[in-house]
Design a protein around this ligand. Sequence first.
Ligand SMILES: [Zn+2]
Length: 124
Amino acid sequence: MKANTMKNLYAIENQKETIASINSKVSYILIDLDFSGNSEYFREAYSIKKISSDKAFFVFDCINHSCTKGYYNLTNEIYNLIKNNEAELKGTLSCDGWQDSRRVGNNNCRARLNYLVRVIYSND
Ligand SMILES: [Zn+2]
């Protein structure tokens, strides 16, 4: 199920515009992903760098491997950030998938992602 979800997401990614086409001044974007504070799931924190020619599509794996949805989506948040020439965004996102396929309709996944997005502009 999750593999299908990711495949569908890549199909969406292909249709997205590039970061540069939203804001040509963006040099690159650093995204720090931290999963501390989850009692049931664990994954080491990691960082991702996106350059201006990358697609403006920001989706990351849920750390719960049986999650029915399987991803966190920061696409709208980061789109607004670079559209408005802003430099930083920090927040928490709770996964709204289901814990696993047997618990659809009953137990939300709720695995949490703490994110920090920093945009480096070319004229900084
Ligand atoms: Zn999840």
